[in-house]
Ligand binder design. Structure first.
Ligand SMILES: *Cc1c(COP(=O)(O)O)cnc(C)c1O
Length: 361
């Protein structure tokens, strides 16, 4: 079996032990004679899986009791509409910091449903930094304040949070959830597509403070109401059963094999430092992000020469380091080193980059 080192930004690498267990349980899940893909989502067997997944997420992330966990579909992208439909129901206003394409999409979609304001943006330098903000600009009676915590495409992350007072802070954590501990109580809501750090595509996780779930805007489709999913324990309709099952195993891996999120952070910091230290010392490669705002998960870099970038991506793929091509809006390369990327993968990538540098200097 030849597994590659997969640096995809998403869907992305999963822990090998989880994949093996999924394979072992494929034909007969725990004596049920079926795979999890095939069984009724209303069965006792499946009920235990979804309940365990939620319990594990609460345990691993230390989610307070006054937050609901929802297992939804439609990707983080559907949340760009669900958030304003459900939460822009007071003043009808919301604030945004624009740190990339995802943050901008959340802002644009919300602008269809209410009055939106951009508090800060880093568009002037291709989103290569987290912009400063001035609290005096915040909308005092906003229904929420939205940020994208880790910017998957550009490789930046918020290292401090805006102090929004009574205004609920909402963060898209699609590409950083479970990568390090996060104080859930600082937020009104967190949401993430699962396909970066939690499991397969198809599952979207919403963690929302109970008191924020109210009556949505009048035209909201039933499937887009948080209240419907909360009242039905994410079983209003068929949930993304198999993705939830894999997510449950990923959470078990974090808790039992890694040792929790503090440990996960330690490992992620070590992995990121390996690559950043090399980029900082390299004469050929350089990182594209301001050092203070560097992501732990997504690391974009360039040689400064497009032909050489393309050559690198091609030779890397041939050597078993795949999906290193940068996002089409940034160019160059991007190594996404999510939780499941083993440290050897980063060590070997750095060795490969050193050899490439020596051969192409
Ligand atoms: C991948 C990603 C998205 C889009 O997620 P979908 O599940 O494809 O809708 C949104 N925000 C961030 C930060 C992402 O990394």
């Amino acid at each position: 079996m030849a597994r590659v080192y997969n640096f995809s930004a998403g869907p992305s690498v999963l822990p090998e032990s989880v994949l093996r267990r999924a394979a072992e349980e494929m034909m007969d899940y725990q004596g049920s004679g079926q795979s999890v893909m095939e069984m009724s989502h209303r069965s006792k067997t499946y009920d235990a899986i979804i309940k365990e997944c939620e319990a594990l997420l609460r345990e691993v992330m230390n989610i307070p009791d006054n937050y609901k966990v929802l297992f939804l579909q439609g990707g983080a992208s559907s949340q760009f509409a669900m958030i304003p439909l459900n939460l822009m129901t007071g003043s009808g206003k919301a604030d945004f910091i624009i740190t990339g394409q995802w943050a901008n999409k959340a802002y644009q979609e919300a602008s269809r449903y209410g009055e939106t304001k951009v508090i800060a943006s880093s568009k002037d330098k291709t989103f290569s930094y987290i912009p400063a903000w001035d609290e005096a600009d915040f909308t005092k009676d906003a229904d929420y304040f939205h940020i994208c915590m880790n910017n998957t495409i550009y490789g930046t992350k918020f290292t401090k949070l805006p102090e929004t007072g009574d205004v609920p802070l909402i963060a898209d954590v699609s590409s950083c959830i479970l990568s390090e501990p996060i104080d859930v109580s600082r937020f009104g809501m967190l949401y993430a597509g699962a396909q970066k750090n939690m499991g397969p595509a198809g599952l979207t996780v919403v963690i929302v403070r109970e008191d924020l779930i109210g009556e949505p805007q009048a035209s909201t489709p039933t499937m887009f109401k948080y209240s419907i999913h909360a009242d039905n324990d994410s079983m209003y309709n068929t949930p993304p059963c198999y993705s939830i099952y894999v997510c449950k195993m990923v959470l078990e891996w974090i808790r039992d094999e890694i040792g929790g999120l503090d440990k996960m952070k330690e490992i992620n910091e070590k992995k990121a430092a390996l690559l950043y230290n090399f980029l900082d010392s390299s004469k050929l490669f350089r990182g594209t992000v301001e050092k203070k705002d560097r992501s732990l998960m997504n690391i974009p870099f360039v040689t400064g020469n497009e032909e050489l970038d393309a050559k690198f991506v091609k030779e890397a793929a041939a050597a078993g380091f795949v999906n290193l091509k940068g996002h089409r809006s940034v160019g160059g390369m991007r190594a996404s080193i999510y939780n499941a990327m083993p440290i050897e993968g980063v060590e070997k990538l750095v060795e490969f980059m050193k050899a490439f540098e020596a051969a192409n200097a």
